[in-house]
Design a protein around this ligand. Structure first.
Ligand SMILES: [Zn+2]
Length: 144
């Protein structure tokens, strides 16, 4: 698939390489799925959420996570992203599901998301200021 215009700002896209495109305002697209992870840290009927610091969905609360780096397993990526974003370390991760999402609304770029859950916190230093505990029952639709 070849992308021509940015779905965020309608600017023409420049092709960076065989799979990546960017517009003049820095919105990026790719035409192959990228692997990513997120982690549902559960405690007493609550789930840990982190406020996004970058677009898309900047300022929204989402499950901690991010992209899988080269030569990294999804489990390693989940542990790394959780520690980077929250300051927490975990021993056990249970795979919940693997699914695809559109990285931004109304765009073609896809991300393959491996979702994990855990209750096995082994390090609780000072929790990142961008994190909060929310009721699992009221957390449907995070990031929207
Ligand atoms: Zn754009």
């Amino acid at each position: 698939m070849r992308f021509r215009y940015c779905t965020e700002c309608a600017s023409p896209l420049t092709r960076r390489d065989a799979t990546e495109y960017v517009c003049e305002n820095g919105h990026e697209y790719w035409n192959e799925p990228h692997g990513s992870v997120c982690v549902a840290v559960l405690r007493d009927g609550q789930v840990l959420v982190a406020r996004r610091g970058v677009e898309p969905r900047k300022g929204k609360y989402v499950l901690p996570g991010g992209f899988v780096e080269f030569d990294e397993t999804p489990y390693e990526a989940a542990r790394r992203e959780l520690r980077e974003e929250t300051g927490l370390a975990v021993t056990d991760l249970d795979l919940l599901e693997v699914h695809t999402i559109h990285y931004r609304r109304n765009e073609a770029s896809l991300s393959i998301v491996s979702s994990f859950s855990t209750t096995s916190l082994i390090l609780i230093p000072r929790l990142s200021l961008n994190c909060d505990w929310r009721s699992v029952a009221t957390s449907v639709g995070l990031g929207r």
